[in-house]
Structure formats: C-alpha cells, structure tokens
Ligand binder design. Structure first.
Ligand SMILES: NC(=O)c1ccc[n+]([C@@H]2O[C@H](COP(=O)([O-])OP(=O)(O)OC[C@H]3O[C@@H](n4cnc5c(N)ncnc54)[C@H](O)[C@@H]3O)[C@@H](O)[C@H]2O)c1
Length: 251
C-alpha cells in the first residue's frame, strides 16, 4: 500500500479510525473525512505517527457539495485516488417497523445509502480519469450482517445495509473491466459508539453473543484487517463480494 492514496469516510471513530491508522502503518497516504472534524484530525494525527502524509477534512456524506469538496481536496493534496473506504454510517432507532418515525427512516437512508452513492460516484469519476494502480482501484463499502439477514429491531438500518450490498454489486459489474474493484464488508456487532444502544439494550448483548459461532465480539482492528486486505493488491481477483466478518453469526 506504500504511497497509495486512500479516502476513509467516518474516519474519526470506530472502524474508520482503525482502518485509517492501519493503512498508514502499511505506508498509504490517508484522507480522513468525518462530520466531526476534531475526531477526524485526531485520526490523521495518529496516522502521521507512522510517518505518512495524512489529512483530515470535515465531511457530510449526505451532501453532494461536501462529498465533492472531500474528493477534490484529496486530488489537490495528493494528485490521485487509489482506494476508498465508504464507512460513515448511523444506526437509527431500535424499534419495530411500525414504530419508526418517517424522519428517522429518511435520515438512516440518507447517511447509509445516499452517502455511499454520492461517495462512490465522486470516487469512480476520479478513478476513471487515472490509470489503475497494481491490483486495480479498490472501493470498499461498509455494510453489515444486517445487510444480509433481517435485523427486526433495526428495520431502516437493515434495509439501508441491504442497499449498500446492492450498490456494491452494481458498481462492481459496471466498472470491473475498467480497473475498479468494489466490495463491501459485513461485520457483526462490535463495541463502538454507534453500537452502544445495541450493547446497552436489555438482554441484547447475550442474544447477540448466542447467535454467533465464536464466543467473543470482535474489535475494530479485526474488521479493519479485512478492509485493508480488500484495498490491497492481494485482493486483485475479488470484486462484487459482500464479505462477512462476524464471528460466524450467519454461518
Ligand atoms: N459497530 C458495529 O457493531 C457495526 C457493525 C456492522 C457495521 N457497522 C457499520 O460501521 C460503520 C462505522 O461505524 P462504527 O461502528 O465504527 O461507528 P462510530 O460511531 O464509531 O463511527 C461512525 C463515524 O461516522 C461519522 N458520521 C456519521 N454520520 C456522518 C456523515 N453524515 N458524514 C460523515 N461522517 C459521518 C461519525 O461522526 C463517526 O465518526 C457504519 O456504517 C456502521 O453502520 C457497525
């Protein structure tokens, strides 16, 4: 990954931060975007400890202008984009479908689906103007096991992550012959700020653990390891694939 330029959205926390610092350890230049500029700057600082260039930018993935500014900022700073991890996301309320207010449904879809759509469009447009690097350009989107199976108390979230799987497959078909690989990762529950309501809901922790094949919850680093592999030339034959990293929850 040495000197490759990789964008990470939602890079101020959780999986995004673990991936950005993991990329830096492999020698990549990282561009960290997050709604929270302070946490994005802290991630960029942590990345620079590895001796690479890293920049942070405020980003709202739901806003086309913000996504364009993020992409253009990366191009201006580093001249090209080799890969991207479209990871920013929100959970939304833990409720059955009939209880969810429309504005909550729309917010979840805006961040998790429209966000991935806008980011991929901007990245692909930039990538199509460049010769692909060794192993191809690589885009990794953040889905979830909720994108592969029902999550009855998270109906909007589950629908949004199924949509991320669909966008991933469509983009992989569209651009596979033009040097762009597109995959998504499907983690099970991991204790990050986003997942706090899940881990704190009565009986949920035990229920989620019982569902898994392995008797442990993963860490952001264990999910980032898969993202790093997909972003790297080692995954040169892999595209259009939702990959589970879920302690065997859906085995
Ligand atoms: N933690 C889990 O159990 C789990 C499991 C499967 C998938 N995921 C997915 O992983 C992704 C990252 O979540 P996490 O668990 O690391 O949570 P997190 O809360 O630690 O990180 C999410 C980051 O996204 C940022 N963000 C939110 N809305 C944004 C927007 N509109 N524009 C830009 N940035 C925005 C937040 O500020 C935050 O820094 C999400 O897409 C989530 O759905 C999480």
């Amino acid at each position: 990954m040495k000197n490759k330029v990789v964008l990470v959205t939602g890079g101020g926390s959780g999986f995004g931060r673990a991936t950005a610092t993991g990329l830096a350890a492999l020698g990549a230049k990282v561009v960290v975007g997050d709604l929270n500029l302070e946490t994005a700057e802290e991630t960029a600082r942590l990345a620079r400890v590895a001796g690479v260039e890293a920049r942070a930018q405020k980003l709202d993935v739901t806003q086309e202008k913000s996504v364009q500014a993020f992409t253009e900022g990366a191009l201006k700073a580093f001249g090209r984009i080799d890969g991207a991890f479209n990871n920013a996301g929100i959970l939304g309320p833990l409720q059955e479908m009939a209880e969810v207010p429309l504005e909550d449904f729309e917010r979840v879809m805006a961040v998790n689906v429209r966000g991935v759509w806008l980011c991929m469009q901007a990245q692909i447009r930039a990538m199509l103007r460049q010769a692909p690097p060794e192993g191809g350009h690589s885009i990794v989107n953040m889905a979830s096991i909720a994108g592969l199976a029902a999550s009855p108390m998270l109906p909007a979230y589950s629908a949004s992550k199924h949509a991320v799987v669909g966008l991933t497959r469509s983009a992989a078909r569209n651009y596979g012959r033009r040097g762009i690989r597109v995959n998504c990762v499907c983690p099970g529950p991991v204790e990050t700020p986003l997942a706090e309501p899940l881990f704190e809901a009565s009986g949920m922790r035990e229920m989620m653990l019982a569902r898994q094949s392995m008797a442990k919850f993963g860490t952001p680093g264990e999910v980032a390891a898969l993202v790093l592999w997909l972003l790297s030339p080692a995954a040169s034959l892999v595209t259009g694939t939702p990959m589970r990293v879920d302690a065997g929850a859906l085995a």
